[in-house]
Write a protein of this length. Structure first.
Ligand code: MG
Ligand code: ZN
Length: 221
């Protein structure tokens, strides 16, 4: 990148951050929390969201914003559960930005809502650059992707409040080093929590639900 490109990128990110701050302000006013779930394609974002909706649907009012390059497959799965979902198609764009979220939240009734779950576009690179106005960033890494990903894509792990290692049910068949992985994450981001889960078998999901519940109970109003 030359100097001019760097300046343009800075301007874009500054403008994005301003919108993101406005979104957070609006959500805070309505006592709504928003989480931004990021991962590669196929790591289990939609599966985690569906398990989370199943677990909390009788207790909290939740809406979902689905970001995808194309299609409404994920949003259809969510609305099929009777949960409000807003689809954003980026039309080739590889990440969500705050302006897209601002438009989507305009279609969600914030009164009486507790939580908005954003499923970002499957991408470990530039999704991390864009503040969406969420209160917490969630990063999922699945066992088949390999334990080297935090070294290759450090920024997204540095931006995470919590890292979920998903698909631990298939760990015996892969060389993912689960014993040293906590040190890898701590080295990049000492504040991040780390949970091992399987959205398929349900293992570890109680820890995730506790984290979500803790966040919702700690809205501080
Ligand atoms: Mg998905
Ligand atoms: Zn992108």
């Amino acid at each position: 990148m030359d100097k001019r490109q760097i300046t343009i990128k800075k301007d874009i990110l500054n403008a994005n951050r301003e919108i993101a701050c406005n979104i957070r302000g609006l959500l805070d006013k309505h006592q709504v929390r928003m989480i931004n779930i990021m991962s590669s394609p196929g790591s289990g974002k939609t599966s985690l969201i569906m398990k989370t909706l199943d677990h909390f649907r009788d207790k909290y009012h939740i809406a979902v914003i689905e970001g995808d390059v194309a299609s409404s497959i994920d949003a259809d799965r969510i609305t099929g559960m009777g949960i409000q979902a807003v689809q954003i198609n980026t039309g080739g764009g590889c990440h969500l930005d705050a302006l897209m979220i601002e438009k989507a939240t305009g279609n969600i009734r914030l009164e009486q809502l507790d939580l908005i779950i954003v499923e970002n576009v499957g991408n470990l690179v530039c999704t991390a650059d864009f503040d969406l106005g969420a209160h917490k960033n969630v990063v999922i890494l699945s066992i088949p992707e390999g334990d080297d990903k935090p070294h290759k894509y450090p920024l997204i792990f540095m931006e995470a409040n919590i890292v979920l290692v998903n698909k631990i049910d298939v760990a015996p068949w892969f060389d993912f080093d689960l014993s040293s992985f906590p040190d890898v994450i701590r080295g990049l981001n000492p504040e991040a929590q780390l949970i091992a889960v399987s959205t398929k078998t349900g293992e570890g999901l109680d820890n995730w639900f506790s984290w979500v519940e803790g966040m919702l109970n700690n809205r501080g109003y």
